[in-house]
Write a protein that binds this ligand. Structure first.
Ligand SMILES: C[S@@+](CC[C@H](N)C(=O)[O-])C[C@H]1O[C@@H](n2cnc3c(N)ncnc32)[C@H](O)[C@@H]1O
Length: 244
């Protein structure tokens, strides 16, 4: 899959993974994040959760970062008043982009569907110094809800062999010196808020797509169809955690 074709599909989408405002509000309540708190949207993509974070934490001082320049521009264009910039989940790489430790401290780090790029334990260990006393991390992570996924569901996640179940996510949280405060699975509305606009964009791009783009569109269509057919077998688990 070429990078160019990937971003042809993944430009101008409202969000880059499942999520909805109700989950943000739930996580903020479980974390006990007070009005006026410092909140980070880590790897926030095009800024889908910024308005929900601002609503859930009145007077929040919001920072959002992402590695991809196009998403940073889209997040900044939302006009939420957040500080939006390019940054990395974890320090490293030759470009010396900032990470949560350089940007913090924060009372809440929110990270929707991105910790798997570096791993839950690696992110939490790296972010511990970025948290203000009593601060929390809320993150969503793909999870198996069955021990025996269908071949289609297994194929969808073949590129993420470290994917585990809710107990395995909790193990990783504890291995990083954190404890889980609360968890819940994202609901169907969270998934449709990602796949419904993606369906429309696939349909708009399909006429005239070259072979490279057609492969990307096919893969995205298969992914959405697999979720709709096998949604009981896997999902995203939202976890609110804090240092133990
Ligand atoms: C599945 S998307 C989720 C984006 C957003 N949180 C949402 O729910 O719409 C994952 C995001 O992680 C970003 N990303 C991947 N690796 C990263 C890294 N090492 N540092 C910062 N952002 C990264 C990608 O650019 C992408 O925007």
């Amino acid at each position: 899959m070429s990078r160019e074709a990937f971003f042809t599909l993944h430009s101008d989408l409202p969000r880059e993974g499942p999520g909805e405002a109700a989950d943000v509000a739930w996580a903020v309540a479980k974390a006990g994040t007070a009005p006026g708190s410092r909140v980070c949207d880590a790897a926030g993509g095009p800024g889908a959760d910024l308005a929900a974070l601002a609503d859930a934490v009145p007077g929040a001082r919001l920072t959002a970062f992402d590695l991809h320049e196009g998403f940073v521009a889209a997040a900044a264009a939302r006009g939420t008043g957040a500080r939006v910039l390019r940054g990395r989940l974890i320090a490293g790489g030759g470009d010396r982009l900032p990470d949560p430790v350089a940007l913090g401290p924060f009372d809440l780090i929110w990270c929707a569907g991105a910790m798997y790029f570096e791993g839950i334990a690696a992110c939490l260990r790296a972010w511990a110094p970025a948290l203000a006393p009593g601060g929390a991390v809320a993150f969503t992570e793909p999870a198996w809800f069955t021990d025996d996924p269908s071949p289609a569901a297994a194929a969808m996640w073949a590129e993420y062999p470290a994917m585990t179940d809710p107990a395995g996510i909790d193990d990783r949280v504890r291995a990083a010196g954190f404890e889980t405060v609360a968890t819940r699975a994202l609901g169907d509305a969270a998934w449709e808020s990602y796949y419904t606009p993606l369906d429309a964009r696939i349909a708009a791009l399909r006429p005239g797509a070259d072979a490279d783009l057609a492969r990307v569109l096919d893969a995205a269509e298969t992914e959405a169809a697999t979720w709709r057919a096998h949604r009981d077998a896997f999902g995203y688990l939202l976890s609110v955690v804090r240092a133990a």
